[in-house]
Design a protein around this ligand. Structure first.
Ligand SMILES: *Cc1c(COP(=O)(O)O)cnc(C)c1O
Length: 383
């Protein structure tokens, strides 16, 4: 079957191909070579030096390009490496409008590095289209969003944002939370997609990776130039691990999402839980848009408890769920955004979002959900 006609779940399994396979090996080998010998003067096998391209990484990139329906994708050493390379597309005095509820590391990069390089980043609620229109300036070059956002799980209508942007303003979507299995931003009009491949794409809490997926060949060429110049590339071994992780992306996400829906509903019934943020709950304000633009709600839940003490008791008494940074792996993790992922976000922004010391974030894994409920139940019962 032609790779391009496969459905996404099949593509995840069969979409990574080694163009040089004469052995019948089922998996793409780890081409652990820094450099490649030339067959003749002025000729190349297609590979010269692994910073520029490597066959294992290329197989992964081609697969990710198809999953997100782009024209090219670049695999980086981490999500933040991808983000740093992305910012090299911009020039001093460019203005970027960003969601006010983003991964903390993205905000840190904007504040500590982009700003020093002369870029201005303005944070707004990108779910509010009139606020977005009002924020645009003649020097605006990009709008950067997450949907759902991290950690408040707010939804932005991707197609509606695109419809109010002139063509010269790029729409960039960090699609880490939903992955192309549930949401394909390029199909909704976005120009660039960013991923922390550390999360669902690799999926086992064992590898760091990042991706940029591009819809336009001109931007792809610029990024390839930046990529080989900066050198924050994904290694052949880590490329292999992400290819392996992607094989089960649909299975993992389906199971995690089923667990997340059950847990979110259970959490709403717990006396010490005051608010549950999950787009799959009937009262979530972004639910309708979610249903329109995505095929799933994902497996990330944030919830607020009655007191700071309750939050601390949960973190110190959970036994199965792990109190750890990160998300998107097979193991369920709980984080305390105010002290971990969002510690560097300015206090004013945190407070305006409701990101307080009673907020916890769950990345729901693929365990038996009853064990997860039992664990949270015993941790919540501690006074
Ligand atoms: C983790 C994360 C990043 C950063 O990725 P790393 O792989 O940790 O560098 C960026 N965006 C989101 C939404 C993330 O969750």
């Amino acid at each position: 079957m032609m790779v391009t006609s496969m459905k996404l779940a099949t593509l995840c399994l069969h979409g990574a191909r080694d163009g040089n396979n004469t052995t019948g090996a089922l998996t793409v080998p780890i081409y652990q070579s820094a450099t490649f010998a030339h067959p003749a003067v002025g000729r190349s096998t297609g590979y010269d030096y692994t910073r520029i391209q490597n066959p294992t990484r290329q197989a992964l990139e081609e697969l990710v390009t198809k999953l997100e329906n782009g024209v090219d994708s670049l695999a980086f050493a981490s999500g933040m490496a991808a983000m740093s390379a992305l910012m090299e597309l911009f020039n001093p005095n460019d203005h970027i409008v960003a969601s006010n509820d983003l991964y903390g590391g993205s905000i840190r990069l904007f504040r500590n590095i982009s700003q020093k390089n002369g870029l201005t980043v303005e944070y707004i609620d990108t779910g509010n289209i009139s606020a977005l229109k009002a924020a645009l300036r003649p020097e605006t070059r990009a709008v950067f969003i997450e949907t759902p956002t991290n950690p408040m799980m707010k939804i932005t209508d991707i197609a509606a944002v695109r419809s109010v942007l002139p063509p010269e303003i790029s729409l960039i979507v960090d699609n880490t939370f939903l992955t192309p299995y549930f949401q394909r931003p390029l199909d909704l009009g976005a120009d660039l997609v960013l991923h922390s491949g550390t999360k669902y794409l690799s999926g086992h809490n064992d590898t760091l990776a990042g991706f940029l997926i591009v819809a336009d060949t001109r931007i792809a060429e610029k990024l390839r130039e930046i990529y080989k110049t900066i050198g924050a590339i994904l290694s052949p071994f880590d490329s292999f691990l992400v290819i392996r992780g992607l094989k089960t992306l649909p299975l993992r996400l389906e199971k995690s999402q089923t667990n997340a829906q059950i847990l979110a509903e259970w959490l709403t019934k717990q006396p010490k839980v005051t608010t549950v943020y999950y787009p799959g709950l009937p009262n979530h304000p972004g639910r309708e848009i979610s249903l329109r633009q995505a095929t799933g709600f994902g497996a990330m839940i944030s919830f607020e408890v009655d007191h700071e003490e309750t939050a601390k008791n949960i973190l110190e008494n959970i036994k199965l769920i792990l109190y750890a940074e990160s998300l998107g792996g097979v193991e369920t993790l709980i984080t305390y955004p105010i002290l971990q992922t969002h510690a560097d976000v300015p206090k004013e922004i945190r407070e305006s979002l409701g990101l307080n010391n009673r907020l916890l974030r769950l990345s729901v894994g693929v365990e038996d959900v009853e064990d997860l409920i039992d664990d949270l139940s015993q941790a919540l019962s501690i006074n």
